[in-house]
Design a protein around this ligand. Structure first.
Ligand code: CP
Length: 317
């Protein structure tokens, strides 16, 4: 089975059944990472280029691991150690990479729309690994997989996304993904970090975290982008943390935690990473029993294997 598209650029453009196919494929590929020999020959002879113009730990590593577990050849290019520092444009870089005949380019770029531009230039597949404040589709897919594994479904769940909604590509992709699969999405953040017409995406907007997380099944905390603090989007980091940070006290009001152990119906906490501990989330919550943060990272490999497989793999083995 293959996706009937060349590229994965946004969640906005994916149909619900395409998302479901990616999630079910990721589920079936997850066990490869549990094997003693963590490799299948499915993509032998394929070449995947990870082209990263921005820093990354989780996304880049998991795309590389995913490629290698599928037996593809993975080549990593980071802008800081490439001819980009000599002034080469993305267009020229793309043409030169294309001349080496890759099967897929995974692109992270600070400019929204860069993966779409690349996809029009090259014949091979392009996967968006995060573009500016636009979308981060593979992050939303791994978030959906993590939640689906925990609750057995997405339909009908209440999902709260908290933080800098305006600048977050993670928020945008997740709002599309969760609403397409039938979840109810609420968002909260400072007014300066809230898009003016956010309700048009199908979610409800709140000014207070307490209102957004009330009765939520899933709370997704976003990284506060401290590099934007100089633009005065919130008064102080301490003030932001007090009003919008998630700690155990606010969590108690969100949903009654189970008296003992973890129940399938308990609230779960997601964060895409990297975490600013003590700012958007306290350490006890980030490391606590409701946190699925490391499960998200684990699922990142399976989702990226699924994307490679569905773009390049052909018939299931
Ligand atoms: N979630 C995420 O995109 O993390 P990285 O920036 O480390 O890839």
């Amino acid at each position: 089975m293959r996706l009937k598209r060349k590229d994965i650029l946004t969640i906005e453009e994916l149909a619900g059944d395409e998302i479901e196919l990616i999630l079910s494929t990721a589920e079936s590929l997850k066990e490869v990472s549990e094997r003693e020999i963590k490799k299948v020959p499915t993509l032998r002879g394929r070449t995947i280029i990870n082209l990263f113009y921005e820093a990354s730990t989780r996304t880049r590593t998991s795309f590389e691991i995913a490629a290698k577990r599928m037996s593809a050849d993975a080549i990593n290019i980071s802008a800081s150690s490439s001819s980009v520092v000599k002034g080469e444009t993305l267009k020229d870089t793309a043409r030169n990479i294309e001349a080496m005949n890759p099967d897929c380019i995974v692109l992270r770029h600070s400019s929204s729309g860069a993966p779409e531009m690349l996809a029009k230039l090259v014949k091979c597949s392009v996967i968006n690994a995060g573009d500016g404040s636009h979308e981060h589709p593979s992050q939303a897919l791994l978030d959906l997989l993590t939640v689906k594994q925990r609750f057995g479904k997405i339909q009908g769940l209440k999902v709260a996304i908290i933080g800098d909604i305006l600048h977050s590509r993670v928020a945008r992709s997740n709002i599309y993904g969760f609403t397409k699969l039938g979840a109810e999405v609420s968002v909260a953040g400072p007014p300066t970090m809230m898009p003016s017409k956010i309700e048009k995406t199908g979610c409800r907007a709140f000014n207070r975290i307490e209102d957004a997380i009330k009765d939520a099944d899933v709370i997704m905390m976003l990284r506060i982008q401290l590099e934007r603090q100089k633009t005065g989007l919130f008064p102080t980091v301490r003030e932001y943390s007090r009003l919008f940070g998630l700690d155990s006290k606010k969590l108690e009001n969100a949903k009654k935690p189970a008296p003992e152990g973890f129940n399938r119906g308990d609230v779960v906490i997601l964060h895409p990473g990297p975490v600013n501990r003590g700012i958007e989330i306290s350490s006890d919550v980030a490391d606590g029993k409701y946190s699925l943060i490391l499960e998200q990272v684990k699922n990142g490999v399976a989702v990226r294997m699924a994307l490679f497989y569905l773009l390049m793999g052909g018939a299931r083995e």
